[in-house]
Design a protein around this ligand. Structure first.
Ligand code: ADP
Ligand code: MG
Length: 259
């Protein structure tokens, strides 16, 4: 059982305060969705959990398995099992996709790294994601379309087998067929590995595949309302200017079953 706790986090970027008293707790086997207007700090949250040095933690704590990870580097957090599928995955020229993933796994597993198993897993996942096989041997995300980049993030997730998965708008850039493929692949992974998951999205469509146990509305740098999956329908109806009553936060009735 793993646990990510974000406690009263304040984060600044370029001298602007983005996250303001943000708190959230995610355990293994839980799927949390965050929805909220553009520019409210959702991507900032995901990047700061991953340790992106662009973002300055002014105060507050990020704990993984009860250990403060505020000062750990990105690769150290990755080795703990935290994974971020980015809203805008970057291109890496000169390193092929296969080499990139092989070195990440090699660095983590050392002598336990099994090349044959890695190749088998990669080919199987590429097939399941309906990706072009040739992409394995191209530079990471170089010349990939938006949708192909998103699939590539999910390929990496499958191979790295993280314990805490953050997916930032994994649905953006995907057509309906790809959305279904990616949604199903994410939920398959969830069923196999039972990670904790944080899914950032604007759309109910993705959450039809990845059914969240908890839904949070984020505004002005923190969560203003939490609930179960029914909150998604409220958002579709009323937008993010949803009424927040004092005792409406963190009412979660039952955990849904993604079986
Ligand atoms: N590297 C950065 N430099 C300057 N401003 C940034 C940077 N990253 C994010 N911001 C600003 O922080 C705010 C929140 O951005 P972001 O976290 O991407 O929001 P969201 O993902 O909710 O749309 C925005 O106003 C954005 O312009
Ligand atoms: Mg964003």
């Amino acid at each position: 059982m793993h646990k990510l706790i974000i406690k009263n986090l304040y984060v600044k970027v370029a001298d602007k305060e983005i996250l303001k008293d943000f708190s959230l707790e995610i355990k293994s086997g839980e799927i949390h969705a965050i929805m909220g207007p553009n520019g409210t700090g959702k991507s900032t949250l995901s990047k700061v959990i991953m340790g992106d040095p662009t973002y300055e933690v002014v105060s507050g704590e990020i704990l993984f398995d009860d250990k403060n990870i505020n000062s750990l580097e990105v690769d150290e957090r990755a080795r703990l099992g935290i994974f971020l599928g980015m809203q805008m995955p970057l291109e890496i020229e000169g390193v092929t996709n296969a080499d990139f993933m092989r070195s990440a796994l090699n660095a983590r597993d050392g002598e336990n790294f099994k090349l044959f198993q890695f190749i088998k897993d990669m080919e199987a996942t590429v097939n399941k994601l309906h990706m072009d096989k040739e992409m394995i041997h191209r530079g990471v995300n170089v010349g990939f379309s938006g949708g192909e980049r998103k699939k590539n993030e999910i390929l990496q997730m499958n191979l790295l087998k993280p314990k805490m998965v953050l997916l930032d708008e994994i649905d953006s850039g995907l057509d309906v067929d790809s959305l279904k493929i990616v949604g199903n692949e994410v939920i398959d992974y969830y069923k196999r590995e039972k990670p904790g998951m944080l899914v950032i999205t604007h759309y109910q469509r993705l959450l039809d595949y990845i059914v969240p146990d908890y839904v949070h509305i984020m505004k002005d740098g923190h969560i203003i309302k939490s609930g179960n999956k029914d909150l998604v329908k409220e958002i579709e109806e009323f937008g993010y200017d949803i009424k927040v009553s004092k005792n409406s936060t963190c009412v979660v009735k039952e955990k849904v079953n993604n079986e």
